[in-house]
Design a protein around this ligand. Structure first.
Ligand code: GLY
Length: 302
């Protein structure tokens, strides 16, 4: 089976001066994940490694450099899922993990559970040999300034955080390996000024991502609450399972998101045949595809 990797780095009205940084980040993530697939590694490993690159890149709202919550802290969510076994691992509201996707992967691989939150997730990660960091290590000046600017507006004059112009730089990946297995993963810092303890769609199974060899792998980005209401990643995978090609399912999903709950965002979808779809209803979405014949990144409509 020829492998393929598709990644995204958020769907929003990305300004022109941020396009290159997004494309570069996506390119790096593709290169790293592709190396795994080319060596015969699993889709799951490729997804994890690609997402680590995006978490480490301060361009994106994932890992270090994420949006700050109302208290000025980074709180991260991540999920990974294996289409062969339906095993999944998710972490929510973690504050001391540089790469929450690594903890999510450990849950998938080494725990009978599917989901850990907050201190319990951090304790699990530490028990699995993952070093904890300080929350301050995840905070960068750009985000301190962004939060201060946002909070300086009076309650009734705050910009609409859920307009597509505001960044939803959640990152994600879907992959197919040479054994014919698919996997999906998603990681985020959530939304600017979020209430402490708020979980978005990204780490919730079927919302932020989903993977089932019988249907498809999907990863979403965008305004989390509407995506959660539609369990959009599972909805999309099921649509592929019902016979719709992934590109059509991706477009159907984002139209459904808009028409049913006035949501906005983007999605990447991949099936076991290597057919994929990329769609968003925001002005831009960072995306990239790598296979034996494709090596392409973009921010406009695919
Ligand atoms: N999609 C990211 C979030 O809303 O948390």
């Amino acid at each position: 089976m020829p492998p393929i990797l598709v990644v995204h780095g958020g769907a929003w009205a990305m300004p022109d001066d941020m396009v290159d940084a997004h494309k570069n980040g996506v390119r790096q993530a593709l290169a790293t994940g592709w190396t795994v697939l080319q060596r015969g590694g699993s889709a799951l490993d490729a997804v994890e490694e690609a997402i680590v690159v995006l978490e480490d890149d301060e361009t994106f709202d994932a890992g270090r450099g994420s949006f700050l919550n109302r208290d000025g802290k980074v709180q991260l969510d991540a999920l990974v899922m294996d289409g062969a076994t339906l095993r999944a691992g998710g972490v929510g509201c973690v504050e001391r993990l540089k790469n929450p996707i690594r903890a999510a992967r450990k849950i998938l691989s080494d725990s009978p559970h599917v989901y850990f939150v907050a201190e319990g997730a951090e304790r699990f990660a530490q028990e699995q040999g993952i070093a904890l960091c300080k929350n301050e290590d995840l905070i960068i000046p750009r985000e301190v300034a962004r939060l201060q600017e946002y909070q300086s507006h009076g309650t009734d004059r705050k910009p609409d955080l859920f307009a597509p112009a505001i960044s939803h730089d959640t990152v994600g990946a879907v992959a197919l390996d040479n054994k014919g297995n698919i996997a999906a993963g998603t990681s985020t810092g959530g939304t600017l000024d979020k209430a402490p303890g708020r979980l978005g769609d990204s780490s919730l199974i079927g919302c932020g991502c989903y993977a089932d060899n019988d249907t498809a792998a999907a990863s979403t980005t965008g305004w989390g609450e509407p995506i959660m209401k539609l369990v959009l990643a599972k909805w999309t995978a099921d649509r592929v399972g019902a016979g719709h090609p992934p590109d059509e399912a991706a477009s159907d999903a984002i139209h459904y998101l808009k028409n049913r709950v006035n949501g906005h965002g983007g999605i990447i979808v991949l099936n076991r045949k290597g057919d994929f779809g990329i769609f968003h209803n925001t002005p831009r979405m960072a995306w990239g595809v790598r296979s034996g014949i494709l090596d392409v990144v973009g921010v406009e409509k695919h």
